[in-house]
Write a protein that binds this ligand. Structure first.
Ligand code: HXC
Length: 260
Protein backbone atom coordinates (compact mmCIF):
# COMPACT_ATOMS: atom_id res chain seq x y z
CA UNK A 1 0.00 0.00 0.00
CA UNK A 2 1.20 3.54 -0.79
CA UNK A 3 0.77 5.95 2.08
CA UNK A 4 1.15 9.71 2.12
CA UNK A 5 1.67 10.41 5.82
CA UNK A 6 3.30 7.26 7.16
CA UNK A 7 6.13 4.90 6.19
CA UNK A 8 6.01 1.16 6.79
CA UNK A 9 8.89 -1.28 6.86
CA UNK A 10 10.00 -4.61 8.31
CA UNK A 11 13.36 -3.88 9.99
CA UNK A 12 13.51 -7.43 11.40
CA UNK A 13 11.53 -10.57 10.63
CA UNK A 14 8.27 -10.47 12.56
CA UNK A 15 8.42 -6.72 13.22
CA UNK A 16 6.31 -4.08 11.50
CA UNK A 17 7.67 -0.56 11.89
CA UNK A 18 5.28 2.33 11.26
CA UNK A 19 6.88 5.78 11.05
CA UNK A 20 4.68 8.87 11.23
CA UNK A 21 5.93 11.01 8.39
CA UNK A 22 4.44 14.47 8.23
CA UNK A 23 7.59 16.45 9.04
CA UNK A 24 6.26 19.88 8.02
CA UNK A 25 3.66 19.75 10.78
CA UNK A 26 5.68 17.86 13.42
CA UNK A 27 3.54 14.80 12.68
CA UNK A 28 0.32 16.55 13.68
CA UNK A 29 -2.30 13.83 13.45
CA UNK A 30 -4.63 15.03 10.72
CA UNK A 31 -7.58 12.74 9.89
CA UNK A 32 -5.98 11.22 6.76
CA UNK A 33 -2.81 10.44 8.75
CA UNK A 34 -4.85 8.67 11.40
CA UNK A 35 -6.83 6.77 8.77
CA UNK A 36 -3.56 5.55 7.22
CA UNK A 37 -2.23 4.58 10.64
CA UNK A 38 -5.37 2.55 11.31
CA UNK A 39 -5.13 0.84 7.91
CA UNK A 40 -1.47 -0.07 8.49
CA UNK A 41 -2.19 -1.33 12.01
CA UNK A 42 -5.11 -3.46 10.88
CA UNK A 43 -3.01 -4.93 8.05
CA UNK A 44 -0.19 -5.79 10.47
CA UNK A 45 -2.68 -7.30 12.91
CA UNK A 46 -4.00 -9.62 10.18
CA UNK A 47 -0.55 -10.54 8.80
CA UNK A 48 0.61 -13.87 10.26
CA UNK A 49 4.22 -12.88 9.60
CA UNK A 50 4.00 -9.95 12.02
CA UNK A 51 4.51 -10.63 15.73
CA UNK A 52 4.83 -7.08 17.05
CA UNK A 53 4.42 -3.51 15.84
CA UNK A 54 6.53 -0.40 16.53
CA UNK A 55 5.16 3.12 16.05
CA UNK A 56 7.61 6.00 15.91
CA UNK A 57 7.88 9.58 14.64
CA UNK A 58 10.92 11.73 13.90
CA UNK A 59 13.81 12.83 16.11
CA UNK A 60 12.03 16.16 16.65
CA UNK A 61 8.47 14.93 17.16
CA UNK A 62 6.67 11.69 17.85
CA UNK A 63 3.51 13.71 17.18
CA UNK A 64 2.62 17.28 18.18
CA UNK A 65 -1.05 16.44 18.64
CA UNK A 66 -4.23 16.39 16.65
CA UNK A 67 -4.14 18.85 13.74
CA UNK A 68 -5.17 22.18 15.23
CA UNK A 69 -5.62 23.83 11.84
CA UNK A 70 -8.00 21.07 10.78
CA UNK A 71 -10.00 21.39 14.01
CA UNK A 72 -10.16 25.12 14.51
CA UNK A 73 -13.33 25.96 12.54
CA UNK A 74 -15.33 22.90 13.49
CA UNK A 75 -18.68 23.32 15.26
CA UNK A 76 -20.13 21.12 17.99
CA UNK A 77 -22.63 19.72 15.49
CA UNK A 78 -19.80 18.68 13.12
CA UNK A 79 -17.70 16.92 15.69
CA UNK A 80 -20.66 15.28 17.40
CA UNK A 81 -22.52 14.09 14.31
CA UNK A 82 -19.39 12.94 12.50
CA UNK A 83 -17.97 11.21 15.57
CA UNK A 84 -14.80 13.28 15.27
CA UNK A 85 -11.71 11.32 16.37
CA UNK A 86 -13.70 8.26 17.41
CA UNK A 87 -11.61 6.13 15.07
CA UNK A 88 -8.68 6.75 17.42
CA UNK A 89 -10.08 4.00 19.60
CA UNK A 90 -9.32 1.47 16.83
CA UNK A 91 -5.73 1.26 18.05
CA UNK A 92 -6.85 -0.24 21.33
CA UNK A 93 -8.54 -3.07 19.40
CA UNK A 94 -5.27 -4.22 17.81
CA UNK A 95 -4.43 -7.62 19.29
CA UNK A 96 -0.70 -7.69 18.59
CA UNK A 97 1.61 -5.73 20.88
CA UNK A 98 2.26 -2.14 19.82
CA UNK A 99 5.40 -0.38 21.07
CA UNK A 100 5.77 3.40 20.92
CA UNK A 101 9.33 4.66 20.34
CA UNK A 102 9.13 8.31 21.37
CA UNK A 103 11.66 11.05 20.52
CA UNK A 104 10.88 14.75 20.81
CA UNK A 105 7.37 16.11 21.24
CA UNK A 106 4.53 13.78 22.22
CA UNK A 107 1.82 16.35 22.87
CA UNK A 108 -1.96 16.23 23.13
CA UNK A 109 -3.15 13.52 20.78
CA UNK A 110 0.51 12.52 20.30
CA UNK A 111 0.85 11.77 24.00
CA UNK A 112 -2.50 9.98 23.89
CA UNK A 113 -1.38 7.92 20.90
CA UNK A 114 1.68 6.79 22.89
CA UNK A 115 -0.56 6.02 25.88
CA UNK A 116 -2.73 3.74 23.71
CA UNK A 117 0.33 1.63 22.88
CA UNK A 118 1.30 -1.33 25.06
CA UNK A 119 4.87 -0.29 25.83
CA UNK A 120 6.43 3.18 25.62
CA UNK A 121 10.19 3.59 25.24
CA UNK A 122 11.50 7.15 25.38
CA UNK A 123 14.58 8.87 24.05
CA UNK A 124 16.15 11.36 26.51
CA UNK A 125 14.77 14.09 24.17
CA UNK A 126 11.15 12.99 24.62
CA UNK A 127 8.69 15.54 26.00
CA UNK A 128 5.19 14.51 27.00
CA UNK A 129 2.35 16.92 27.55
CA UNK A 130 -1.38 17.54 27.34
CA UNK A 131 -1.44 21.20 26.23
CA UNK A 132 -5.09 21.20 25.11
CA UNK A 133 -5.98 23.53 27.98
CA UNK A 134 -4.01 26.26 26.18
CA UNK A 135 -6.35 25.86 23.19
CA UNK A 136 -9.51 26.14 25.24
CA UNK A 137 -10.24 22.41 25.17
CA UNK A 138 -9.29 19.24 27.06
CA UNK A 139 -7.72 15.89 26.08
CA UNK A 140 -10.10 13.91 23.86
CA UNK A 141 -8.12 10.78 23.05
CA UNK A 142 -8.11 9.19 26.47
CA UNK A 143 -5.32 11.24 28.09
CA UNK A 144 -7.20 12.24 31.22
CA UNK A 145 -8.31 8.69 31.93
CA UNK A 146 -5.15 6.80 31.01
CA UNK A 147 -2.82 9.25 32.75
CA UNK A 148 -4.92 9.18 35.92
CA UNK A 149 -4.60 5.42 36.19
CA UNK A 150 -0.90 5.43 35.26
CA UNK A 151 0.63 8.37 37.11
CA UNK A 152 -2.04 9.33 39.66
CA UNK A 153 -4.36 12.24 40.23
CA UNK A 154 -2.05 15.06 41.29
CA UNK A 155 0.41 14.58 38.41
CA UNK A 156 -2.42 14.15 35.90
CA UNK A 157 -4.16 17.27 37.16
CA UNK A 158 -0.93 19.22 36.93
CA UNK A 159 -0.31 18.11 33.34
CA UNK A 160 -3.89 18.58 32.15
CA UNK A 161 -4.59 21.85 33.99
CA UNK A 162 -1.30 23.65 33.24
CA UNK A 163 -0.34 22.04 29.92
CA UNK A 164 3.26 21.76 31.13
CA UNK A 165 5.48 19.37 29.22
CA UNK A 166 7.31 16.76 31.27
CA UNK A 167 10.76 15.42 30.45
CA UNK A 168 11.64 11.84 29.59
CA UNK A 169 13.24 11.50 33.04
CA UNK A 170 10.04 12.65 34.80
CA UNK A 171 7.98 10.37 32.58
CA UNK A 172 10.16 7.45 33.61
CA UNK A 173 10.03 8.32 37.29
CA UNK A 174 6.25 8.64 37.13
CA UNK A 175 5.80 5.32 35.34
CA UNK A 176 4.43 6.82 32.13
CA UNK A 177 7.16 5.07 30.11
CA UNK A 178 8.90 1.80 30.83
CA UNK A 179 12.37 3.26 30.32
CA UNK A 180 14.55 5.96 28.79
CA UNK A 181 17.11 4.56 26.36
CA UNK A 182 20.64 6.02 26.02
CA UNK A 183 20.81 9.11 23.81
CA UNK A 184 21.71 8.96 20.14
CA UNK A 185 19.92 9.34 16.85
CA UNK A 186 17.70 6.38 16.13
CA UNK A 187 18.55 4.65 19.42
CA UNK A 188 14.99 4.53 20.71
CA UNK A 189 13.73 2.94 17.50
CA UNK A 190 16.58 0.40 17.56
CA UNK A 191 15.70 -0.54 21.12
CA UNK A 192 11.97 -0.75 20.35
CA UNK A 193 12.70 -3.01 17.36
CA UNK A 194 14.82 -5.18 19.66
CA UNK A 195 11.96 -5.53 22.14
CA UNK A 196 9.53 -6.20 19.27
CA UNK A 197 11.85 -8.88 17.83
CA UNK A 198 11.98 -10.58 21.22
CA UNK A 199 8.17 -10.56 21.46
CA UNK A 200 7.86 -11.79 17.87
CA UNK A 201 9.88 -14.90 18.79
CA UNK A 202 7.12 -16.08 21.17
CA UNK A 203 3.84 -17.85 20.52
CA UNK A 204 1.56 -15.25 18.95
CA UNK A 205 -1.43 -16.80 20.70
CA UNK A 206 0.22 -16.57 24.12
CA UNK A 207 1.36 -13.01 23.38
CA UNK A 208 -2.13 -11.91 22.40
CA UNK A 209 -3.60 -13.63 25.44
CA UNK A 210 -1.04 -11.90 27.67
CA UNK A 211 -1.90 -8.49 26.21
CA UNK A 212 -5.60 -9.17 26.65
CA UNK A 213 -5.30 -10.10 30.32
CA UNK A 214 -2.98 -7.21 31.23
CA UNK A 215 -5.40 -4.79 29.57
CA UNK A 216 -8.25 -6.34 31.56
CA UNK A 217 -6.53 -5.08 34.71
CA UNK A 218 -7.49 -1.55 33.61
CA UNK A 219 -11.13 -2.46 33.01
CA UNK A 220 -12.17 -5.12 35.52
CA UNK A 221 -12.11 -5.25 39.29
CA UNK A 222 -9.54 -7.55 40.90
CA UNK A 223 -11.83 -10.57 41.42
CA UNK A 224 -13.13 -10.44 37.84
CA UNK A 225 -9.63 -9.82 36.49
CA UNK A 226 -8.15 -12.78 38.36
CA UNK A 227 -10.93 -15.07 37.15
CA UNK A 228 -10.48 -13.82 33.58
CA UNK A 229 -6.71 -14.39 33.74
CA UNK A 230 -7.12 -17.92 35.04
CA UNK A 231 -9.70 -18.85 32.38
CA UNK A 232 -7.49 -17.53 29.58
CA UNK A 233 -4.56 -19.41 31.14
CA UNK A 234 -6.64 -22.62 31.15
CA UNK A 235 -7.61 -21.98 27.54
CA UNK A 236 -3.98 -21.94 26.40
CA UNK A 237 -3.77 -25.66 27.25
CA UNK A 238 -5.81 -26.18 24.08
CA UNK A 239 -2.98 -24.81 21.92
CA UNK A 240 -0.11 -26.57 20.14
CA UNK A 241 2.19 -23.80 21.34
CA UNK A 242 1.63 -24.75 24.99
CA UNK A 243 2.53 -28.37 24.20
CA UNK A 244 5.58 -27.28 22.21
CA UNK A 245 6.76 -24.68 24.73
CA UNK A 246 6.62 -27.05 27.68
CA UNK A 247 8.03 -30.03 25.73
CA UNK A 248 10.95 -27.89 24.55
CA UNK A 249 11.73 -26.90 28.13
CA UNK A 250 11.68 -30.52 29.29
CA UNK A 251 13.88 -31.58 26.33
CA UNK A 252 16.29 -28.68 26.92
CA UNK A 253 15.81 -27.21 23.44
CA UNK A 254 14.41 -24.03 21.91
CA UNK A 255 10.67 -24.07 21.22
CA UNK A 256 9.45 -23.93 17.65
CA UNK A 257 6.12 -22.15 17.94
CA UNK A 258 3.63 -22.58 15.11
CA UNK A 259 1.14 -20.00 16.42
CA UNK A 260 -1.58 -22.59 16.58
C1 HXC B 1 -1.21 21.58 13.34
C2 HXC B 1 0.99 21.93 13.92
C3 HXC B 1 0.78 21.30 15.18
C4 HXC B 1 -0.54 20.80 15.47
C5 HXC B 1 2.83 21.93 15.08
N1 HXC B 1 2.28 22.29 13.91
N2 HXC B 1 1.94 21.33 15.87
N3 HXC B 1 0.01 22.06 13.03
N4 HXC B 1 -1.48 20.97 14.52
N5 HXC B 1 -0.82 20.17 16.62
C6 HXC B 1 2.92 22.98 12.79
C7 HXC B 1 3.15 24.44 13.09
O1 HXC B 1 1.98 25.17 12.86
C8 HXC B 1 4.26 24.77 12.10
O2 HXC B 1 3.69 24.93 10.83
C9 HXC B 1 5.08 23.49 12.09
O3 HXC B 1 4.22 22.45 12.58
C10 HXC B 1 6.29 23.56 12.99
O4 HXC B 1 5.88 23.93 14.28
P1 HXC B 1 6.49 25.18 15.11
O5 HXC B 1 5.45 25.58 16.09
O6 HXC B 1 7.03 26.19 14.19
O7 HXC B 1 7.71 24.43 15.85
P2 HXC B 1 8.39 24.82 17.24
O8 HXC B 1 8.53 26.32 17.35
O9 HXC B 1 9.59 23.96 17.34
O10 HXC B 1 7.34 24.39 18.37
C11 HXC B 1 7.02 23.04 18.55
C12 HXC B 1 5.73 22.88 19.44
C13 HXC B 1 4.60 23.71 18.81
C14 HXC B 1 6.04 23.35 20.86
C15 HXC B 1 5.41 21.39 19.46
O11 HXC B 1 4.49 23.40 17.41
C16 HXC B 1 3.26 23.47 19.44
O12 HXC B 1 2.97 23.98 20.51
N6 HXC B 1 2.38 22.73 18.77
C17 HXC B 1 1.03 22.48 19.20
C18 HXC B 1 1.00 21.46 20.30
C19 HXC B 1 -0.41 21.23 20.80
O13 HXC B 1 -1.08 22.14 21.29
N7 HXC B 1 -0.90 19.98 20.69
C20 HXC B 1 -2.22 19.62 21.11
C21 HXC B 1 -3.15 19.71 19.96
S1 HXC B 1 -4.83 19.42 20.47
P3 HXC B 1 4.09 26.16 9.86
O14 HXC B 1 3.18 25.99 8.70
O15 HXC B 1 3.91 27.40 10.65
O16 HXC B 1 5.54 25.87 9.55
C22 HXC B 1 -4.99 17.76 20.54
C23 HXC B 1 -6.37 17.24 20.88
C24 HXC B 1 -6.31 15.77 21.07
O17 HXC B 1 -4.09 17.05 20.32
C25 HXC B 1 -7.60 15.10 20.78
C26 HXC B 1 -7.29 13.68 20.40
C27 HXC B 1 -8.48 12.80 20.19
Amino acid sequence: TQYEYILTSAPEPGVQLITLNRPKALNALCSPLFAELNTALEAADKDDAVGAIVITGSEKAFAAGADIKEMKDKQFSDVYKNRFLEDWANLSKIRKPVIAAVSGFALGGGCELALMCDIILASPTAKFGQPEINLGVIPGGGGSQRLASLIGKSRTMEMVLTGRMISAQEAEKWGLVSRVVPEGEGEVVKEAVKVATEIASKSQIAVQAAKEVVNAAYELNLAEGLRFERRIFHGLFATDDQKEGMAAFAEKRKPNFTHS
